[in-house]
Design a binder for this molecule. Structure first.
Ligand code: 5GP
Ligand code: MN
Length: 317
């Protein structure tokens, strides 16, 4: 599989590199690392994300060249979709823009693409990008290394989660050895938060609800809170980790009102419960410990439905 992708890279001239909307560190880091590497190989490479680069990742090399849309007339030899879980999460019909569609992912049930390289055991999609670049004989540059490290750092929760496997540490060790600035990356990711995010967090934490059994807990955000804090949807990234940080809580939920009709539900598990299964039952997807779904329904209705499901789950567990 890796050899087939390396062959496509060798043969192709023009590449489109996309990932999922509302990109996280792995999505954006993998996108920028691969596009930059392709450019350094002398190829034309366009990085695309419908939602652009979140502010805290704007320091990554090549972030300013990422585009948020593609002219319908454009065509590329190869289109990469990274870390997306499902093709539709790219938010653009990538297949329409390219001759060959390559899916690179570590999400379970990710099964689209002419070439589908999915390794659910990989810590991050960036680890797969690393494997591919090595297979191409590419010598990593400091800029590519910075994006790969940022992606792995963020998808492993700073090497805390169970997906932080030996490969994640081995890759990180090589990248750190190259001289990337680890404190600069960490401080930009975790210690440069917009004041609005903290204001929003204070509103959202006030909604904390812990179940009677103590096994699950949730926080909720209405669009009113978002407006009151003058924050943006991307500022809510990581909020779901707070209810999980409570002793005894196995499943954490974050309810985020998108508008009057739609609600986004984010799940986190401590490890005993497969929240990916939960999310899939509701029409979404994700990993064992991190999953999500967007549901058509008001904030109140969706909260009611999901909390009842959890109550039933833990009552019968
Ligand atoms: P987050 O809570 O950080 O937005 O998402 C955590 C994980 O849940 C993601 O890595 C992704 O696997 C999954 N996920 C979140 N939202 C959706 C969704 O709407 N659809 C699918 N299929 N997966 C999602
Ligand atoms: Mn990922």
């Amino acid at each position: 599989m890796i050899a087939a992708i390396a062959q496509q890279i060798k043969q192709g001239n023009s590449f489109l590199i996309a990932s999922h909307s509302s990109p996280d560190g792995d999505a954006i880091g993998s996108t920028l690392a691969l596009s930059l590497a392709l450019r350094l190989m002398g190829k034309e490479a366009v990085a695309l994300n419908v939602d652009g680069v979140p502010d805290n990742f704007a320091f990554l090399p090549g972030a300013d060249e990422l585009v948020t849309s593609i002219a319908p007339t454009r065509h590329y030899d190869v289109g990469f979709v990274l870390d997306a879980g499902e093709l539709k999460r790219a938010g653009v019909p990538v297949a329409d823009y390219c001759t060959t569609l390559i899916n690179i992912d570590h999400h379970p049930h990710s099964d689209f693409g002419d070439i589908c390289y999915v390794d659910t055991s990989a810590s991050a999609t960036a680890a797969l990008i690393y494997r591919i670049l090595k297979a191409c004989g590419f010598t990593l540059s400091l800029d590519v290394a910075t994006s790969l490290y940022t992606a792995i750092l963020s998808d492993t929760g700073s090497f805390r989660y169970s997906n932080a496997d030996p490969e994640a540490f081995t890759i990180a060790g090589e990248l750190v050895g190259m001289g990337i600035d680890t404190w600069d990356i960490a401080s930009r990711l975790y210690e440069s938060q917009p004041a609005q995010r903290m204001m929003l967090l204070s509103l959202v934490l006030a909604t904390l609800e812990i179940s009677k059994c103590g096994n699950y807990a949730s926080v909720t955000m209405s669009t009113e809170m978002l407006d009151a804090a003058e924050a943006r949807a991307e500022d809510t990234d990581g909020f779901v980790n707070y209810p999980r940080a409570i002793q005894g809580v196995e499943v954490a939920v974050f309810f985020r009102q998108i508008n009057q009709r739609q609600t986004k539900v984010g799940f986190r598990s401590r490890g005993a419960v497969d929240v990916g299964e939960f999310a899939r039952k509701l029409g979404g997807g994700g990993h064992h410990n991190a999953a999500g779904v967007t549901i058509d329904g008001t904030l109140e209705d969706v909260r009611h439905t999901v909390l009842r499901l959890l109550e039933q789950y833990f009552a019968s567990a």
